[in-house]
Design a protein. Structure first.
Length: 373
């Protein structure tokens, strides 16, 4: 299987791992990118953009990256915090007054960013059309009570994360989070990532391919009722593409994910723009929770907007100041502020293994061998 793009000699092992996954069929179509000190040193893509394997994955192919989108939403909040327009320790109700009801008056912005707010889902079923209705989704969340009281215990906010943070940003910026991201982050960085996809990009979208086999069994540790559920096939709809679903509906490829997230790993600046101060970048590592996540049923350590490096976590690296998150199906982005490195992987073939997906784990290990040898 031919792959295209560029790769520095230092990271040749990453190219070999990537090529092997395409060759053996583990991947159908995919991309991997690495930025070091804000410079793109790996930019590879290959395989096919369709399940029938008739359309080549191109340089500008993009796909739905699911919850890797959350890292973009978090970055929007960090940019506003860096400008002094958002206080991460302020009550959410300071910016969104309607939120401060039903026992939520003490929930702070940092709790939204760390999945510790106790609002992991809606109290009622939410169909696809409900998730595409911003006013309905946010109004319902403003009326809910938290499902637990501890603000130091995480329970993954699968879809609510983006609506909660997005509404705060809308109240401050007077525009949607998709517009904020496009104007204030993607444009300065010239990054091809979208929260809410315009029709002009439809022709280059690779639809995600559902994971083979039955859905994984429910985790016995988890008893949080599910209000919103979306299938891979739901994301093929125009309705999903056009909506701004900032916890799971972002479109991009590894290059664009790395281009945006490398701002964090390189101390707030890339070759084209400075978006954050070093101080704000380091604020990500203010630990908010560490333990068994009430929704995912796995040990996680959360900081401000990102999961943090930890020995008991599904993603672990040699360096202390590493933060990450990934998307349903297997996409992943890792920011290492000590190595000043960002690693991004985006694919169309979904896997049920999430953060433990061997495809991303092998790429991660190869990247660290390259910078530590």
């Amino acid at each position: 299987m031919d792959i295209k793009g560029s790769c520095s000699d230092q990271f040749s092992a990453v190219q070999e791992v990537f090529a092997d996954a395409l060759r053996n069929g583990t991947d159908v179509g995919a991309s991997v990118a690495i930025c070091l000190d804000g410079e793109l040193v790996v930019d590879l893509w290959g395989g096919y953009a369709d399940e029938a394997r008739t359309l080549p994955w191109q340089r500008d192919t993009i796909t739905n990256v699911w919850s890797t989108t959350k890292t973009m939403t978090a970055l929007c909040a960090l940019v506003l915090a860096d400008r002094g327009e958002l206080d991460l320790s302020a009550p959410v109700a300071k910016y969104w007054p309607e939120f401060g009801t039903a026992g939520k008056d003490h929930i702070e912005i940092r709790h939204l960013l760390s999945h510790t707010a106790g609002l992991p889902d809606w109290d009622q079923p939410m169909a696809l059309e409900d998730l595409c209705d911003w006013e309905k989704a946010t109004t319902l969340l403003a009326r809910q009570s938290p499902r637990w009281d501890s603000r130091t215990t995480s329970g993954y906010h699968r879809f609510t994360h983006g609506f909660l943070i997005g509404e705060v940003i809308r109240r401050i910026y007077r525009e949607s989070i998709g517009r904020f991201f496009a104007d204030q982050i993607a444009a300065p960085l010239n990054a091809d990532f979208h929260i809410g996809l315009a029709a002009e990009h439809d022709h280059r979208v690779s639809e995600v391919i559902p994971a083979p086999g039955p859905a994984p069994a429910a985790n016995p540790r988890v008893s949080i009722p599910v209000g919103a559920y979306v299938t891979a096939q739901d994301t093929w709809s125009t309705h999903w593409r056009r909506a701004e679903i900032p916890a799971a509906g972002g479109y991009g490829n590894a290059r664009s994910v790395a281009a945006v997230q490398s701002v964090l790993a390189s101390g707030g600046r890339t070759s084209s723009a400075r978006l954050l101060s070093e101080t704000t970048c380091r604020a990500v590592f203010d630990e908010q929770s560490h333990g068994m996540d009430l929704v995912l049923g796995i040990p996680l350590r959360f900081g401000i907007g990102y999961a943090l490096n930890a020995g008991d976590a599904p993603v672990s690296t040699p360096n202390l100041h590493t933060c990450y998150w990934g998307g349903r199906g297997g996409s992943l982005v890792v920011n290492d502020l000590d190595a000043r490195m960002t690693i991004a992987y985006v694919m169309n073939q979904m896997s049920p293994l999430g953060l433990t997906d061997p495809r991303s784990q092998k790429l991660l290990r190869a990247a660290y061998r390259a910078v530590t040898r």
